[in-house]
Design a protein around this ligand. Structure first.
Ligand code: ARG
Length: 628
């Protein structure tokens, strides 16, 4: 790298030293964090009870908890829970159908069971009923753990860096960066919930030949006042204008290339302009992030990692992984894992996206001693990441055990079922979509609440509109396309953020009524004082038990979302829970329950549902309005 450039960047990035320190401190501090053990949750205790029964009987076979999976039974199987015997049957070398009979029998014979009432059989499935008082215990646990219910210690001590959003500077963030921004943020929340130490990194696209074009346009047509006011939009306009002009005058492209060369060779004047573009862009990006409540621990763009590029190219050549062509200066990686060959260095000596990414990968493992690096980037970059990972493995920067990297990709974005239209030569801006969602939410709220003040409507619409966009980006399995069909995005009746937000608002208003009916004038109810009332309660309605059973699965769902890097499991789960709650509330009266203890217990039940819904929405970065 050119010395002047190196000096400039070193100085410019001095300001990030303290940020890096802060992250290092956070890592140390979070290693000490106390977390709830997964084994404390009833789901896992029940599983353990079954496992112990199996281990006792089949003592010569190594049976563990991954050999069977507790599920809610499909409608044609009776019982509260079930599991299939397919895997177990392989291990034990019996037919699944025979084994299920045997296992059910073993469970029924066991005298020391704490959780299971009785077991039955349906084909290869064992199904069973829980003892009634276990439901009460589950409910107490949720109330006692409060908003911590759902967290676990499963990734304790693991340091995980998530590279997400990572837009290119000098233009507005477009819709194409929406999924990465949201999925990345939410995966961070989910990993944090399982005790991992999460570093949120915005790897800005802040280096590359396109800066030549932008510089050219800026020098010839730039208006600083306009750029101050509306930075990324103005910069994008300059960029677009450059290519319009370049159509007519091909020479411009050469001049732009020349400018980028000067930038790479440390031209101070140009670097100052670059610095301005970068700082203004981050400023604008942060406005969008703020609306989404997306946050980063650090912004280190491609430029930060330039310093490491020369060394790794050297290393790749020395290890015979890359070949240097002395005639034209190209450095090529020819055959890695049957992937197409690719360049590490261009003829003019400038670096490439992939080379910078390789330097960035290495540097981040070194800086933070990572266990895992996740790249949340669209599927169009799949080949890039295959090449990057293959190269990093060959160079020993990654290994399969404790230095892993993964490309978390996602599907296309569609608007009303169609591929995104481009406007004015660029993509739809993220902010435009958010505004549209908020405007549409306003209309709906106004119809529902004609009396509401404008301020209130604005406040609520922001939460509903933004929440809807977030939810819509997350609700389908990650590789499916994300469709913005406003009737569905803002459907208050199902499968949307407003549906879940509304369920929370509904429960809150019941709790408020309950509080108002209480004779004392406490501001907040201390729900734990009702736990006593639970002790001899008999929830006689199936739906009440169904709600509690559903809540028992919450920690398991979070775990699954983490393991598969798939937030949509949480969406589906919350929808199901909200549906059950609404069904419960349509058939069981809470406040009008005559029996005081039963009433208090039902209050605890809905309080627990609220807790789980709130926590789930929180994990999804969705805010809940006070009223709707
Ligand atoms: N700036 C890139 C883009 O907008 C995304 C960068 C993703 N992260 C990475 N390490 N390559 O397409």
């Amino acid at each position: 790298m050119n010395e002047n450039l190196q000096n400039f960047l070193e100085k410019y990035y001095k300001k990030e030293e303290s940020t890096i320190k802060t992250i290092e401190e956070k890592i140390l501090k979070q290693k000490e964090r106390e977390n709830i053990s997964l084994a404390d949750y009833y789901f896992f205790q029940i599983k353990k009870e079954i496992k112990n029964i199996l281990v006792n009987f089949y003592s010569e076979i190594d049976i563990n908890e991954d050999d069977f999976n507790l599920e809610e039974p499909p409608f044609y199987i009776e019982g509260d829970f079930c599991f299939d015997c397919f895997l177990l049957a392989k291990k034990i070398k019996k037919l699944p159908k025979e084994l299920s009979e045997e296992v059910a029998h073993l469970i029924n014979e066991d005298k020391e069971k704490i959780f299971i009432e009785e077991a039955g059989v349906e084909g290869a499935y064992v199904n069973f009923k829980l003892k009634k008082q276990i439901y009460i215990k589950i409910l107490s646990q949720i109330i006692t753990l409060k908003e911590r219910y759902g967290e676990s210690n499963i990734n304790k001590g693991q340091v995980i860096l998530i590279d997400y959003s990572s837009p290119n500077i000098a233009k507005p963030i477009g819709l194409n960066h929406l999924p990465s921004t949201i999925i990345g943020q939410v995966l961070g929340n989910i990993y944090n919930e399982t005790a991992a130490i999460v570093i949120r990194h915005n790897y800005l696209g802040d280096w590359g030949t396109n800066f030549g074009a932008l510089m050219w346009a800026y020098i010839h047509w730039g208006d600083d006042k306009k750029i101050e006011e509306n930075s990324v939009v103005e910069l994008k306009n300059l960029y677009v204008r450059f290519f319009e002009e370049a159509e007519k005058d091909k020479n411009l492209l050469n001049e732009a290339r020349e400018l980028f060369n000067r930038l790479e060779n440390g031209d101070l004047e140009l670097l100052k302009i670059w610095e301005k573009f970068r700082d203004l862009s981050i400023n604008d990006f942060k406005k969008v992030y703020k609306r989404l409540e997306v946050e980063f621990d650090i912004y280190l763009g491609e430029s930060y990692f330039l310093a490491g590029v020369d060394k790794i190219i050297e290393e790749a050549i020395q290890k015979n992984i890359a070949i240097e062509n002395k005639e034209n200066n190209l450095v090529v990686v020819e055959s890695l894992k049957n992937l197409p060959s690719f360049l590490l260095k261009k003829e003019d000596g400038s670096t490439l996206y992939l080379t910078r990414d390789l330097a960035a990968l290495k540097k981040r493992f070194e800086l933070f001693n990572l266990n895992l690096l996740l790249y949340v980037v669209g599927s169009e970059q799949s080949l890039h990441f295959q090449q990057l990972f293959a190269l990093a493995e060959a160079l020993g920067y990654l290994d399969q055990k404790n230095k892993k990297a993964e490309h978390i990709s996602f599907g296309l974005i569609l608007i009303e079922g169609k591929k995104m239209a481009t406007r004015r030569g660029s993509l739809i801006e993220m902010n435009e979509l958010l505004n549209e969602a908020v405007e549409k939410s306003k209309e709906i709220i106004l119809v529902k609440n004609p009396e509401m003040t404008a301020d209130k409507i604005n406040e609520i619409a922001e939460k509903i509109g933004i929440g809807s966009v977030i939810y819509n980006s997350l609700k389908q399995s990650r590789l499916q396309s994300i469709n913005f069909d406003w009737n569905k995005v803002l459907n208050f009746e199902a499968a949307s953020a407003p549906y879940l937000q509304y369920s929370c608002v509904r429960i809150k208003s019941i709790l408020k009524k309950f509080l108002d009916n209480q004779l004392n004038d406490e501001e907040e109810i201390n729900f734990e004082k009702f736990l006593k009332d639970l002790e001899n309660i008999n929830f006689e309605n199936e739906i009440e038990l169904a709600v509690i059973k559903k809540m028992m699965f919450f920690p398991v769902v979070i775990l699954r979302a983490q393991k598969e890097n798939s937030p949509h499991y949480i969406c589906t789960y919350l929808e199901e829970l909200a549906q059950l709650f609404n069904k419960f509330y349509d058939s069981v009266s809470v406040i009008k329950t005559i029996d005081e203890k039963l009433k208090n217990s039902r209050i605890l039940l809905i309080k627990a549902v609220l807790q789980v819904l709130e926590k789930g929405l929180n994990l999804l970065n969705i805010k809940i309005p006070e009223e709707m």
